[in-house]
Design a protein around this ligand. Structure first.
Ligand code: NDP
Length: 294
C-alpha cells in the first residue's frame, strides 16, 4: 500500500483560516491590524516571488503588509537604518528580511539588528537561544510547519525515533529543538554522518532538509515511517522546463513510507502560514495580550 499524503495546501488553508479569525479579534483589541514588513534587497526572481506570496497571504489574513524593496547595491548601513526604523514603528509587528542578501551585507549582523520581539522568521540568536532552552519564542516557520505536518500523522511525537538530515540554522537545528520539546528521540545527521542510509532507516519520523534533489531513496526508509521532505530543488523536467523536486525520491519512497509530504504542495505551503502565525503572536505579545495558540 502507498503512503498517505500530508497535503500541505489543505493544512495551510486550515491554519490560514484560523489566523484570519484570530487576526480579526486581535485587531479589535489592538485598535489596528497586525502588520508585517517585508524587506527585499536585490533582484533575485525567486526572492521576489516568495515575498509577493507572503504579502498576498498577509493581506488575505486581514493583516497589513508593508513592502520595502531596495536595490542590489544597497549598503549594510542603509539596510540597518531601515531595520532600526521598522523596529521603532508601532504599526509593524513583524519584520522579515528575505534571504539571501547581497554579498556586501553581513547577514548575521542584519539578523541581530531585528528586534527579537518582531523577529517573525525566528532567526535572531535570542529566539534561537530561547528555543533551545525551552522558553517561549518566535520559531522559524519551516521547522514549525514540519511539526504541524508530523502531528497530522502522529497524535503524539513523544518517544518516536526522529532523524533530521541537515543542520542549518533555519531548518535542521530548530527542527531538532522542536522535536526534543515534543519528547522525540532525535538524531541530527549531516554531510559528515558516517552511514547516512543506516541513520535514516532507524527513523520513525524522517525529516530531510539538505537541498539535494531526490537524494533519499526507498531503501533508506523504514517501512511505515513518516517522511517530511523540506527540500526545494529546481531540476530540468522531461519537457525541458524546470520542475520542483524535494530531497526525497518521492515516487519510490511513497511506496515504502506510511506518510509523506509531496514537493511541491508540502512543507513549503505551511511555511508561509507559520509566518502569519508568528506575526499574530508577535502582535499579541507586543500588545500585552494572550498569545493565540493555533
Ligand atoms: P543549507 O544549505 O543551509 O544546509 C544544508 C544542510 O544539509 C547542511 O547541514 C549540510 O550538512 C546538509 N547536507 C548537504 N548535503 C548533504 C549530504 N549529501 N548528506 C547529508 N547532509 C547533507 O540548506 P537549508 O537548510 O537552508 O535548506 C535545505 C533545503 O530546504 C533546501 O532545498 C531549501 O531550498 C529547502 N528549504 C525549504 C523551505 C520551505 O519553505 N519548504 C525553507 C527553507 C529551506 P553540513 O552542515 O555538514 O554541510
Amino acid at each position: 500500500m502507498g503512503a498517505k499524503i500530508l497535503d500541505g495546501k489543505l493544512i495551510a488553508d486550515e491554519l490560514r483560516a484560523k489566523v484570519a479569525t484570530e487576526a480579526l479579534s486581535l485587531s479589535a483589541k489592538l485598535g489596528r491590524r497586525p502588520g508585517l514588513a517585508a524587506v527585499l534587497v536585490g533582484e533575485d526572481p525567486a526572492s521576489h516571488a516568495y515575498v509577493k506570496s507572503k504579502q498576498k497571504a498577509t493581506n488575505e489574513a486581514g493583516m497589513v503588509s508593508f513592502e520595502h524593496r531596495l536595490p542590489e547595491n544597497t549598503s549594510e548601513k542603509d539596510l540597518l537604518a531601515l531595520i532600526a526604523k521598522l523596529n521603532a514603528d508601532n504599526a509593524v509587528d513583524g519584520i522579515l528580511v528575505q534571504l539571501p542578501l547581497p554579498k556586501q551585507i553581513d547577514t548575521a549582523r542584519v539578523i541581530e539588528a531585528v528586534d527579537p520581539a518582531k523577529d517573525v522568521d525566528g532567526f535572531h540568536p535570542m529566539n534561537a537561544g530561547k528555543l533551545s532552552t525551552g522558553l517561549p519564542s518566535l520559531v522559524p516557520g519551516t521547522p514549525l510547519g514540519c511539526i504541524i505536518m508530523a502531528k497530522k500523522a502522529h497524535a503524539s511525537l513523544a518517544g518516536l525515533d526522529a532523524v533530521v538530515v541537515g543542520r542549518s540554522n533555519i531548518v535542521g537545528k530548530p527542527l531538532a529543538q522542536l522535536l526534543i520539546a515534543e519528547s522525540a528521540t532525535v538524531t541530527i545527521a549531516h554531510s559528515k554522518t558516517k552511514d547516512l542510509k543506516e541513520a535514516c532507516r532507524r527513523a520513525d519520523l524522517l525529516c530531510v532538509a539538505i537541498g539535494k534533489p531526490e537524494f533519499v531513496k526507498a531503501d533508506w526508509v523504514k517501512p511505515g515511517a513518516t517522511v517530511i521532505d523540506v527540500g526545494i530543488n529546481r531540476v530540468p523536467g522531461a519537457d525541458g522546463k524546470n520542475k520542483l523536486v524535494g530531497d526525497v525520491a518521492y515516487e519510490e519512497v511513497s511506496k515504502v513510507a506510511g506518510w509523506i509530504t509531496p514537493v511541491p504542495g508540502g512543507v513549503g505551503r505551511i511555511t508561509v502560514a507559520c509566518l502569519l502565525v508568528n506575526t499574530l503572536r508577535a502582535a499579541a505579545a507586543r500588545g500585552g495580550l494572550a498569545v493565540p495558540n493555533l
